[in-house]
Design a protein around this ligand. Structure first.
Ligand SMILES: [Zn+2]
Length: 294
């Protein structure tokens, strides 16, 4: 099952807090998923829990049930086709053409949350966090775009809106905003799952960055050791290591015997500090440059 369906199934198990929220949620579903005609409402959904949810809400609010059917297309439909539809649309303030989101329906914060929940049940989706960070809502009603953006921005979520095949798509890519959205929807279990995957991904990225950085450092060290070895061999050929001052000759011999040793390793062998070894090594390099030019 997809992450979207997990989220939808979780929020369909929530009880609407108040009558005001039940209305707001139903209005959200209708704005985002319903084909609305004068006295008929029809919703198609791939999710059985959503079809049942619509029916629960109309029963709870109006004592009216929807016809729920499973279609050959693999979708569930919830329909109502009678004169009562006019009453419902009027109560949800959805009888205007074009459809608008009435301020009274989403007046309180609880109702704003409920409306977003309805919108998500109607046409929302959210990608599994292992894949990418992406959540979206789709509607064919242009007139609700500004109103819905305002509701989301009440919770500091700022979606981008694009036109896709004549529909309006609100999408969110920021993982923090998607987390907030899951909290607003009331999908707390799925929010925790989302967060766990996100943290795992971040730890993995951080570790990869560190490994890359360590590899770069050790390559740099290896490069320096090769240069040192070249310089020492040159000194050996031109003047002989035995003719160097003893403290330089010591370091030079250890480097030749241990091409992969770090300066700290050499320091440990000699019982001196790393900066002492570094100093002697620089001196050897400098001498090599001098004899090279002779
Ligand atoms: Zn409410």
């Amino acid at each position: 099952m997809s992450f979207s369906s997990d989220v939808k199934n979780e929020i369909c198990r929530l009880r609407p807090e108040n009558i005001c929220c039940a209305r707001a949620e139903l209005a959200g579903i209708f704005c985002f998923a319903a084909q609305i005609k004068k006295q008929s409402i029809k919703i198609k959904t791939e999710n059985e829990a959503v079809a049942k949810r619509v029916n629960d809400l109309t029963l709870h609010l109006y004592k009216l049930s929807m016809d729920i059917n499973f279609r050959k297309s693999g979708l569930f439909s919830a329909e109502m086709d009678n004169v009562e539809v006019i009453k419902i649309l009027r109560d949800l303030r959805l009888s205007s053409i074009p459809i608008r989101i009435d301020k009274n329906i989403v007046r309180s914060e609880c109702c704003k949350r409920a409306f977003i929940r309805g919108a998500f049940l109607g046409s929302g989706s959210v990608s599994a966090p292992v894949k990418s960070y992406h959540a979206e809502f789709v509607t064919s009603h242009y007139a609700i775009c500004a109103d819905f953006t305002e509701i989301l921005s009440f919770f500091n979520i700022t979606p981008k809106v694009i036109n896709r095949n004549g529909n309006y798509v609100f999408y969110i890519k920021d993982s923090n905003h998607i987390e907030d959205l899951l909290v607003i929807l009331g999908a707390h279990t799925q929010m925790m799952n989302f967060l766990n995957v996100k943290i795992e991904k971040e730890v993995r990225n951080h570790t990869n960055r560190r490994v890359n950085c360590e590899n770069a450092n050790s390559e740099k060290r290896a490069g320096a050791a090769v240069e040192q070895t070249h310089a020492i061999l040159l000194l050996h050929k031109k003047i002989g290591l035995e003719n160097l001052p003893a403290r330089l000759a010591q370091v030079a011999e250890i480097r030749l015997d241990n091409p992969e040793a770090t300066l700290s390793d050499i320091a440990a062998q000699l019982g001196i500090t790393k900066s002492g070894v570094n100093h002697r090594m620089r001196k050897l390099m400098q001498l090599a440059r001098e004899v090279e030019n002779d």
